[in-house]
Design a binder for this molecule. Structure first.
Ligand SMILES: *Cc1c(COP(=O)(O)O)cnc(C)c1O
Length: 503
């Protein structure tokens, strides 16, 4: 590679007014042909409720103005289609375009969930095939594809555990959660009605198995383990952990959002895991990051099968598929219809396109994370040194000495043409810098990222102010992230002078 090549340079990014400000009266993007039936008849046919008399202050612009407006706005943003998106835990991998093609096929995109099951055999077959693939990948016995996200999968999984234990006479009180688990895990346990007991990791970042032995009592319903953990570290004693729980009648829940580190290599079902969720929108490649849609299927062992959300897909003699709602022990429905079907289609397309080669995607994800780790090890602090799986967690400890923290470094990355990594998570690492390149990235892109990180480390040592005030090349500097999340303004409001009714 050219030694002087840098990913980012100055790039024309045009100013843009609001589309309301571009408006001028009478402009049209599109004109309907003149009405060829009497207006009164047309009005009657449409009915009063479907007609609008007018929309006040609707922008009036030409077609090319609309196109340019939104195209220009899109260039202000960062996207996986522009470059690496190393957001740890989020698995921002490339989403192959063939998935989109498949999801848009006639007969898939146009199916309606209310159409008779007899006419939906193709779609039900897609669901069945995906179920079979995911069971093979996870090594589990049974699955539901209904949950719409990882977090909803967790809740579904804990409700399965609760139903199972209740049937035995006692739902129990506690769920154990290591401090290296994903933040959604404790939230889920509380919503499912359990007390959370935190387990501190030992010094290498793994579960302290000896301590666990003491903590697992008859009060414990389950242990929720993220494996690999949010430190990117695999829990090698997981089979032993499962055994400790099972001996006391408790179950092992595995947060499988990080299955992109295991798929094709090892299977949670073989490790003694009783129930787990997958994040199809991460591991199995659906565009995400804007809040959905996603899918968080829950795979389980036989003991939990009777409690699966309804309806469940069953195969009749002759191969007919049927959605069966008659399951007296079920925890009930957790999502309308078949869940987010479009995401399921994309996941199946992705899995079938790879076939057994999916193992290499896993190996490449681990290789990329390890490559970045090896190249940055001397530059940033590495708090846990066990081998990295799909992601690596550094800390800002060295740069902190110059007053530069993980957020500053992440913001400075934007000036180098990269999306920031995940900052300040996992919580057990102060000033965490969590980097997940995914398998999608070439060595060249990883090298550019490594160069950028080294360059920022150099700046932090020689000109910390430059890093602390980054980004310098974006249209807006540092946003109020809490305000943006808690008080989002999602809709343009008229200036109060023009209308008092603005909300
Ligand atoms: C992303 C993630 C979740 C939550 O998944 P959502 O689909 O965002 O609800 C849970 N656990 C881990 C380890 C994750 O990475």
């Amino acid at each position: 590679m050219n030694e002087h090549f840098k990913k980012a340079s100055q790039h024309v990014s045009q100013n843009e007014r609001l589309i309301f400000e571009t408006s001028s009266p009478g402009k049209r993007a599109f004109d309907l042909p003149p009405l060829d039936v009497p207006a009164a008849d047309a009005a009657k046919l449409l009915g009063r409720h479907h007609r609008r008399e007018g929309v006040s202050d609707f922008p009036e612009v030409s077609e090319i103005e609309v196109l340019r407006h939104f195209t220009r706005l899109s260039t202000w943003n960062y996207a996986i289609d522009l470059g690496m998106y190393p957001l740890g835990s989020c698995t921002m991998k490339y989403n192959p375009r063939v998935n989109e093609f498949v999801a848009r096929l006639d007969g898939i995109a146009t199916e309606h969930p209310y159409q008779p099951q007899e006419l939906s055999q193709g779609c039900l077959k897609i669901i069945k095939l995906l179920e079979d693939c995911l069971l093979e990948i996870t090594g589990m016995d049974s699955i539901t594809l209904q949950p719409a996200a990882g977090a909803q999968g967790e809740l579904t999984g804990l409700l399965l555990i609760r139903a199972y234990l209740e049937k035995q006479g006692n739902p129990r009180k506690k769920v154990l959660i290591p401090d290296s688990a994903h933040g959604t895990n404790p939230a889920t346990a509380v919503i499912a009605g359990y007390q959370v007991e935190n387990i501190k990791s030992e010094s290498h970042g793994q579960i302290d198995v000896e301590k666990l032995r003491d903590l697992v009592t008859e009060d414990v319903a389950a242990l929720m383990i993220t494996n690999p953990s949010t430190l990117g570290i695999f829990e090698p004693r997981i089979a032993e952990i499962a055994d400790i729980l099972h001996r006391k009648g408790a179950l092992l829940y595995m947060d499988g959002a990080n299955m992109n580190a295991l798929t094709g290599i090892t299977r949670p079902g073989d490790m003694g895991v009783d129930v787990m969720h997958l994040n199809l929108h991460k591991t199995f490649s659906t565009p995400h990051g804007g809040g959905g849609p996603g899918a968080g299927p829950v795979a389980m062992k036989k003991i939990l099968e009777p409690f699966r959300p309804t309806p469940v897909l069953i195969e009749k003699d002759g191969g007919r598929l049927l959605l069966d709602a008659n399951r007296p022990e079920s925890i009930g429905r957790v999502k309308a219809f078949a869940g987010n079907f479009g995401v399921l289609v994309r996941a199946l397309a992705y899995i079938l396109a790879y076939g057994p080669g999916i193992r290499q995607a896993t190996e490449d994800a681990v290789l990329n994370a390890t490559y970045i780790r090896k190249n940055l090890e001397g530059v940033f602090e590495l708090p846990y040194s066990l081998p990295s799986m799909h992601e690596v967690v550094f800390s800002d400890a060295r740069q902190k000495q110059n007053g530069v923290n993980t957020m500053d470094i992440a913001k400075r990355l934007i000036d180098y043409g990269f999306h920031p990594y995940t900052t300040a998570f996992p919580l057990i690492v102060a000033g965490a810098m969590m980097i997940e390149p995914t398998e999608s990235e070439s060595k060249e892109e990883c090298d550019l990222f490594i160069d950028a990180m080294k360059s920022i480390a150099h700046e932090a040592a020689t000109n910390p102010q430059l890093v602390k005030t980054a980004p310098h090349t974006t249209r807006v500097g540092r946003l109020d992230e809490v305000g943006a999340a808690r008080k989002p303004i999602l809709r343009w409001k008229q200036a109060p002078a023009r209308s008092e009714a603005a909300d």
